[in-house]
Design a binder for this molecule. Structure first.
Ligand code: SAM
Length: 249
């Protein structure tokens, strides 16, 4: 079928690719990869010999038009990124938008995503969450972003890189508070997978004390904002107020 297929790839463990993903990658005419050399290793591991083309942040808008032309010619195309789900802190948004506007089908496959995988094992509330991608690299913008999120009641999920992890954890301590519950999931699905949890200050101290915790790939998750006992209105007061509202003229 002529379509653009959005195909997730593993975030560390090759066993996590789906049977359908392999089938689609074998059958399409072309695979658009963030980095053809990087994806070449995964594709050759599964014996996939489909032609590859590069689609990354710097050429995505130009490439999108070319891909629409390929679809117009009846070719089917898969989009993959270096790891996980394309478009999630990865290229693909402009392409999908362009392909849809051109009237072609976009078919998503479910699969690995570091944010969801990490959240599922974090022990933090997962009924409502906000995925925030990477915090800004500049200090002021990072602080402003956290100030904006400070009173968000949902679990907050951030991606982070090894060279910025200490700055980000320190900013979380400063802005969200030293007592905010934090979980850092590192190298998920890989040999050295670790989950560190505690208050923001405790997690920062653990990461500062152990160089290994500053390596690899990591997801930081923060408990959403909750009122402390002193700030919150006790349940009994709310019930009394409700009763008064009903009874008073
Ligand atoms: N598209 C990917 C996804 O679906 O998760 C995310 C790509 S983003 C460029 C890369 C970031 O994802 C890393 O810096 C890290 O924050 C997170 N990440 C990717 N793989 C991970 C893993 N195995 N363990 C922890 N975090 C991971």
């Amino acid at each position: 079928m002529v379509a653009l297929y959005i195909v997730p790839t593993p975030i560390g463990n090759f066993g996590d690719i789906s049977a359908r993903a392999i089938e689609v990658l074998q059958q399409v005419d072309l695979i658009a990869c963030e980095d053809t050399r990087h994806s070449g290793r995964l594709l050759s591991h599964f014996g996939i010999e489909t032609r590859k083309t590069a689609l990354h942040d710097h050429n995505e808008r130009d490439r999108a038009q070319w891909i629409v032309e390929q679809l117009n010619e009846g070719k089917s195309i898969a989009l993959i990124s270096d790891a996980g789900t394309p478009l999630i802190s990865d290229p693909g948004y402009h392409l999908v938008n362009h392909v849809r506007q051109a009237g072609h089908r976009v078919v998503p496959l479910p699969g690995a995503c570091a944010a969801i995988t990490a959240l599922s094992a974090s022990g933090l509330p997962s009924d409502r969450f906000s995925f925030e991608g990477f915090l800004p690299s500049k200090e002021k913008a990072r602080i402003d972003k956290l100030e904006f999120l400070k009173e968000d009641p949902r679990t907050l999920i951030f991606y982070e890189s090894p060279h910025r992890i200490l700055y980000s954890l320190a900013a979380i301590v400063d802005v969200l508070g030293a007592d905010r519950q934090v979980v850092m999931a590192r190298e998920v699905t890989k040999t050295f997978e670790t989950f560190l949890s505690g208050t923001a200050a405790e997690v920062l101290a653990l990461v500062e004390a152990d160089d290994n915790q500053q390596k690899g790939e990591m997801v930081i998750m923060c408990h959403g904002f909750t009122l402390s006992d002193e700030e919150g209105i006790p349940a009994v007061a709310v019930a009394t107020l409700k009763l008064l509202c009903e009874e008073l003229p």
